[in-house]
Write a protein that binds this ligand. Structure first.
Ligand SMILES: [Zn+2]
Ligand SMILES: [Zn+2]
Length: 126
């Protein structure tokens, strides 16, 4: 008894209500500019959280870890991220587990993985 009308009703929720008064343009606009609901907001939030977990630490937290300039006579072991030695006047960063790396190397690493590359300790958990 509904025939083709019934299938269109499923596609367009507006069908059968006010459609005679709404132009196609208005209908399209009302679909695009639909209200941003709290459901949308929560979906965005959970997306953010998922991204945050996989991205590792943000730069703000990384910057709270101590760094220093390597001095003459330093006995620091080589950086295990790039395997190059920590040379005099290089910027180095030292984690709470006392492992140390080039600042640039460990910053890049921590933005992807928030653990020490040597011992897997979470330097932000202390
Ligand atoms: Zn390095
Ligand atoms: Zn470590």
């Amino acid at each position: 008894m509904f025939g083709e009308d019934a299938s269109e009703m499923r596609v367009l929720p507006y069908w059968g209500r006010n459609l005679g008064n709404i132009s196609q343009d208005h209908l399209r606009l009302s679909l695009i500019n639909r209200d941003f609901t709290s459901n949308d907001y929560e979906a965005l939030l959970s997306l953010d959280e998922a991204a945050g977990r996989s991205r590792g630490a943000n730069q703000d937290r990384i910057d709270r870890l101590p760094c220093y300039t390597v001095a003459e006579g330093s006995k620091a072991p080589p950086c295990t991220v790039c395997l190059d030695p920590l040379n005099v006047s290089d910027q180095a960063r030292i984690l709470p587990c006392l492992h140390q790396f080039h600042k640039d190397c460990i910053d890049r690493w921590l933005r992807d993985n928030s653990t020490c590359p040597v011992c897997k300790m979470d330097p932000f958990s202390v």
